[in-house]
Each structure stands twice: as C-alpha cells, then as structure tokens.
Design a protein around this ligand. Structure first.
Ligand SMILES: [Zn+2]
Length: 771
C-alpha cells in the first residue's frame, strides 16, 4: 500500500471503528432476538442433492457414473392415403446400473391423444377468452380424435408374449425375471396409430394437409414406444406425459427402415444407407456438389420437381434405410411436396451438412434463409460447447411447429400466399430454426431430463440462441436491417422485466417442473436465458463464463446432467461463488430493484463530531486519551461549521497535516492530490435479488466515473449499503445500472438527483389548466 492510499485508508478506518463501537452497544443491550441464517449468500447445501460417487461435488460425473442404453431396430410404414403409421421394433436394453430391475418402463407418448387420455381433463380454467378454430372444433364440435397407440404385441427375444400394463402414457413390461445389473434384454413391439393433423389440432408432430393439391406433409416424432430413463437421480423417470413436460430418453443406436410412397422425399435422424436406391441420378449429382459447397446451399430437389411430384400420388413404395449412432431419439419428415437443399459446413476438422426441407409454400423465404440459419447455428454453438458430432442437421418447414429431435427439427415461418412476408415472419423463422437446430446440443447431446426440468434445455438453448442470432446479424447485415443488429426476442435483460415484475401468484421459480409452471415461455426460456446472459456479461465476465459453460457442455455431452451438475460446474471452473445467483434467479421469484436513496456531503475536521463526543462521554475519555483523529462533518448537521467549506483536508485538520509531515517525505507530499469533496452515498435494494451495484458518477466538469461494486456488497446489508466517495471534483449526478444490464424492474429510483418524472395525472392536470 503506498502512503497516499494509506492516508485515505486511515480516514475510512475511523468509519469502521465507529461502526464496530455501535455494534458493541447493541449486543450489550441485548436487542437482537436471534434468527436462522437467512442470508441470500448462504450456500445451497439444503437445496442441492448431496454429492456422491455418481455425481461429484465439482459438478462432473463421478467415478461410478452410469447410464442405461437402448438400441432400436425398426421397420416403419406410412399409409399416406389413410394417414396411419405402422411399426415393428426390437429394443435391446442394457442395464448398466448397479441395480437389478424387476420391470421396465416404456413411454407411449401418442397416448396423450388417445380417446380416453386424461390430459384434456386436467384443464380447470373454464371458458377461454379465445379459441383457434381448430382447437374449438376438435374440443367441442367433432368426435374426439383417437390418436393413441394400438399395441398389437409385445414379445420376448424368443417370440413369447411378454406381459405388460399400460398406465396412460407409460407401459410397464412385467419381465419374468429381474434384469440384473450388467445384463441386457431384447423384446419386440408391434404397433400402429392414426396420425393427427398437427396444424388443426395439437401436437409436436403429425401431418399438415394441403387442400389445394390434396397432399400431406408429415413430420413424425414420439412415434414409437421408447424406453424411459433409469438413473441414479430418479430411478425410473416415469412421470406421465401430460403435454408440457417434454422427454427423458436414454442414448442408443438405431437401425430404421422407413417405407413411404415412392414419390416422397424423406429425411430423418441417422446416416442414409441406401442413397443410390432412393435418389435419382440428378439428385446424386447435386448431392455430390452440395458436399463441396461451403458458401451456399445446392438444391437437391427443385421446386419445379416438387410441384410435379405433388400431382403423382404414386402407388409404389420406397424404403429409406438409416443408421444412427449414439442418439437419444428419432424423427423423420416425408412428403412429395418437399423441396430439398443442403450445403457443407466446416466444424473443426469435419464437414457437416446443413439441410433444409420445405414445401413450396415456404418459398421464397425458406430457400433464402433456412440452410444459412442452420449453418450459423452449428458454428456458434460448436464454438461455445463442442464440435457438432453428427454428420447433418436438418431444418424442416412445418406450419406452426417448433420442435426438435436429433439431427432434425420442425420450424414455422410461412410467407403469405403471394410469397411476400413480414419482418416478423422472417425473424420468427430464423430464430426458431436457430433455436430448434440448437436443441441438438441441449438436450439431444447434453441429455438433460426435460420431463422434470424444462429450463435445462430450453433456457440454455435460448441463451445460446441469443448469441447465434447476434452472430447471424453480424454475418448477414443485408438480411438483418438495420446494420445487422438482430432483434432478438429474448436475452436482453430489459426484455424479462415485464415477466419478473408481474403478478407473483402467476410466477414460478425456474426450478419448477414444467407442468407446475404458469407461463412456460418466460419461465423456462426467457428468464434462464437472461440470467445466463447477465451472468456472462455482467457478473462473471465473458472469459470466465465461456470457459465454465464450455466445461459443463464437455463434461456432460452424451450424458445425463442435473441442475446441480450445471450449477456446480460453473463455480468449479471459474472460482466465482454463485450460490447467491442461483438462489435469487433460479430458486425464487424475486426480482432485481436497486436504487440510489440519498447523498450526504461531508467536510474534514479536527473537531470531534456529536457522535464522537457521546462516545467519549460514555467512556469517560478525553481527546488526550486518544490518538490524533480526523472527523468527517456532515454539511446538514450540527458538526458542520462554514469555515470548513471550500478547503482541502490538510487545511481543516491539523492532525492530518502533522501525520503527513511525520510519515511522508517532501517528495511524497508533493505528489498528494487532496480531495475536496467527501460524500456518503446510500444505495437501497427494494428487490430481493442481490446484484452487482453498477454506478455511474458524474462530476461538475462533466467527467464520468463508472464503478461496479460486486454483488457481495449486499452480503451484510441486504436492504441498504453506503459508499464513501472522495473526489477533487464536485459530484453532481449518480445513475445506478446506466446501461440496463441487470433487469432492474423499476428505474424510477435509479438516479440522483431524482429525475422529475411527471405522472400521467400531473400531465393531464396541466393540460386541463392550459385549456
Ligand atoms: Zn426449445
């Protein structure tokens, strides 16, 4: 510490000594009634699961971490005329857990659309203020649609029937002997169901019917009985599929043959095994070109070809054969209406194909933007996590859809019939493509439990989506006007304010099951994305955050992380204690509101203040009993006297002058610049969440000084903190959070002097008077 600093530190030391003296008084009088530790900075030991050998306290997988595996061999057939789908599958399930399993749980998600589904019966909201015509018709006018699974058989590896019990969307296989730890079992299921109209009904998959040409475009998912997850965290994750809580699925390898009309164009999860059988010669040629085209897509099936195919209605069939390794799910899209384009993207040392499939109704928007958005997503996300490990990523246009599967996803964004489209449609389309392709990373590869924690994939994905959108804008300024500033819907702190400041009875903590959440969009997408954005930009800084976030992605790719694994890893890799941040943003519905409450002006003096006089009198002390002291006298108090004004500290304090003479050389004294102004600034925090206190001080000469006090400033004073400012210049203005970085819900208290903001009523009164 140099002496110049020491000189000011000694003044501050006095403030500290006074505060301690005050505290001692209170303890003597016994006023404190005692309380539990309610600090907002208390560690989350009570909220977090105890670390164990499966999951380490660092947030990394532990030495005994395991996960189950499920392999699928499937033959699927689409009946386009009757919009039915048939399947036969053999599941091989590997029990890598240390437990013996008495039964197995298989998910039958399509049963949410069964005639007797309980899902619609849980709606207790009465009459809606508006209905889509499709929903109204399906609910009140037409016969209930029967879209549940019809299970034809369940057989063991020897072809013997296997006993099973169906409870809504879950099927328990009653295996004759427990599946022992380390063993595997194979069984087969034959099934079919009626495919739903996903546009005029509900669902994350189904068909869209095009009355003008009589065709359907299918986006098919959750279409086969799928193994539930068994893990160290939940045992069997067999919570029912009610509709909001998405999916929890183990990794495995898939062999899938999909038979569709011969004139369909199809793409799916996995590597196509019989390209030469299903592609025309022209398509093969164009495909070879696309593999070498890094700057723009190559059209594999043109719009003219798709329009010609629309009229065909071939009676012949074609089987498309795929193999997928280490995926957690399977999806496909098929129609004779599809236009198809693709290009190569360099990811690390590998080439990945960015692919788009869309009916002509998507053009011209889709041929212009879709594959571009896919490519940008792969680049941005890979940079922040790990190199995209699959060989392709497909964006399929499906009206009103936004849904993700490994390597393939469905996206909305349809131009008007004349081909024109609004900015809203364009940005909505690019954003949803980035979002759904981004889901390849979270949760398709960093495989969190969506049924329990919607935010772990939606929040992380929406956060990454914001980064990818901003990069898309920078790379394509001609697409994103003005100047490539992408108008992201979520991510900027100010965008989450209306939600966080809303009616508390309709807000849930982020750490809630999706089925218990009132507003899933802001809860599972917007708020966690914003929380991570603020963490990155304002709390941790980009370097520490990016390294920690990447560490999480690398630790948990192709594994099943929990929230604690995420929270712990971000601390583990950064040395930033974030329990207060997780507590405030993820475990409560508190909001951010920090303000500047008041400013007091002080002058340096040798004369004891009234408070000091009392302190001495209580202890029978005189000035002679104490070391030489310096005081700060507040301008609006009895301690102040006018002769202190306008002078420097060594002019008004002989004690200070002597100290400097005794302790500093002449050369050192010559360097000292004495502050003339001393202020005590009080900041208050009406909001529950502690945040860094970001302050802009403005001085009389127009200069500004920006100081960020760490969130820890609130550790011992949750409601109010005070800072002493010493300066050569007069302080004329203070703004808290000048760049709106913290999602502060009320900025009316963010400035000093208080900006006179007239209320609407005042303006109204003035108006009346004027007239
Ligand atoms: Zn999503």
């Amino acid at each position: 510490m140099n002496k110049i600093k020491y000189y000011f530190a000694s003044i501050l030391f006095l403030f500290g000594a006074m505060a301690i003296a005050q505290e001692e008084e209170e303890v003597k009088e016994g006023r404190d009634p005692g309380h539990y530790n309610q600090s907002r900075f208390k560690q989350l030991y009570e909220e977090f699961a105890t670390p164990n050998t499966y999951r380490s306290a660092s947030g990394a997988p532990g030495p005994d971490y395991y996960q189950q595996r499920a392999d699928y061999d499937m033959n699927i057939e689409l009946d386009d005329k009757n919009s039915k789908i048939y399947g036969e599958e053999t599941i091989t399930y590997f029990n890598n857990s240390p437990d013996n399993l008495e039964f197995l749980w298989v998910q039958l998600d399509q049963n949410v659309r069964a005639k007797d589904s309980k899902s619609p019966l849980r709606d207790g909201n009465g009459v809606n203020f508006a209905y889509t015509t499709g929903n109204f018709a399906n609910t009140y006018v037409s016969e209930p649609f029967d879209g549940g699974f019809n299970i034809e058989y369940v057989k063991d590896a020897n072809g013997r029937p296997l006993s099973y019990t169906i409870n809504q969307t879950m099927m328990r296989l009653n295996i004759p002997q427990p599946l022992k730890s380390g063993e595997q079992i194979s069984f087969s299921i034959k099934w079919w169901y009626n495919i739903n109209d996903h546009v005029n009904g509900r669902g994350r998959s189904g068909y869209e019917y095009f009355p003008k040409d009589g065709n359907r475009a299918y986006v098919i998912a959750q279409f086969f009985p799928r193994m539930a997850v068994y893990s160290d965290v939940e045992g069997w994750q067999n919570h029912q599929f009610w509709g909001s809580g998405e999916f929890a699925l183990p990794f495995g390898n898939y062999n899938v043959n999909i038979t569709v009309p011969a004139d369909h164009v199809l793409d799916a999860t996995g590597v196509l095994q019989n390209r030469k059988e299903v592609f025309s010669k022209d398509m093969m040629k164009r495909y070879e070109m696309a593999k070498k085209s890094y700057d723009k897509p190559v059209v594999i099936v043109t719009q003219e070809e798709a329009e010609a195919a629309e009229k065909g209605f071939s009676e012949k069939k074609k089987t498309w054969k795929f193999k997928a390794t280490n995926v957690r799910d399977y999806g496909f899209a098929t129609s004779r209406k599809f236009v198809w384009d693709m290009q190569a993207v360099k990811i690390g040392s590998k080439d990945v194909m960015a692919v788009s499939l869309y009916p002509k109704e998507g053009n011209p928007l889709w041929e212009e933007q879709s594959t571009k958005a896919v490519a940008q997503t792969l680049k941005t996300y890979s940079k922040h996590t790990f190199d995209y490990p699959y060989h392709k990523a497909i964006s399929v246009h499906a009206k009103n859809q936004g849904m993700e599967y490994p390597m393939i996803c469905w996206n909305y964004g349809r131009p008007n019939e004349d081909g024109t489209y609004s900015d809203r449609t364009k940005y909505g389309m690019i954003s949803v493509i980035i979002h759904e392709v981004g889901h390849n990373f979270f949760p398709m590869i960093v495989n969190s439990d969506e049924r329990q924690w919607g935010w772990m994939d939606e929040g992380l994905d929406t956060f990454m989506q914001y980064l990818a959108e901003q990069e898309f804008g920078k790379n394509y300024p001609e697409v994103i006007a003005p100047n490539g500033n992408y108008p992201s819907r979520r991510g900027e702190p100010s965008k989450i304010v209306p939600y966080m400041s809303g009616d508390q009875s309709h807000i849930s903590p982020i750490m809630s099951n999706p089925e218990n959440v009132y507003q899933l969009g802001p809860n599972a997408y917007g708020k966690p994305a914003t929380a991570l954005n603020i963490l990155r930009e304002t709390v941790m800084g980009k370097e520490l955050f990016d390294h920690a976030f990447k560490t999480y992605a690398q630790r948990w790719k192709f594994k099943h992380p929990t929230p604690e694994d995420f929270f712990r890893t971000l601390e583990d890799a950064s040395a930033v204690d974030l329990d207060w941040y997780w507590r405030g943003w993820f475990y409560t519905t508190d909001y951010v509101d920090i303000g500047v409450k008041g400013v007091k002006k002080y002058f340096v003096s040798d004369k004891p203040t009234k408070e000091m006089e009392k302190y001495m009198a209580d202890r029978n002390l005189t000035e002679a009993d104490l070391p030489p002291l310096v005081y700060l006298a507040e301008e609006d108090s009895e301690d102040f006297s006018p002769e202190l004004k306008g002078k420097s500290p060594t002019e008004t304090s002989q004690n200070l002058k002597e100290f400097m003479m005794d302790n500093m050389t002449e050369a050192e004294r010559a360097q000292v610049v004495e502050p003339k102004y001393f202020y005590e600034v009080t900041f208050d925090k009406p909001g529950g969440i502690p945040m860094p206190l970001i302050v802009e001080y403005t001085y009389a000469d127009g200069t500004k000084e920006n100081v960020t006090y760490p969130a820890e400033i609130w550790r011992k004073n949750d409601a109010e903190v005070k800072r002493v400012i010493s300066s050569e210049k007069e302080l004329v203005g203070i703004i808290v959070d000048p760049k709106l970085e913290t999602a502060d819900i009320d900025t009316a208290n963010n400035s000093w002097p208080i900006k006179e903001e007239k209320s609407d009523f005042d303006k109204f009164k003035e108006n009346i008077k004027g007239k």
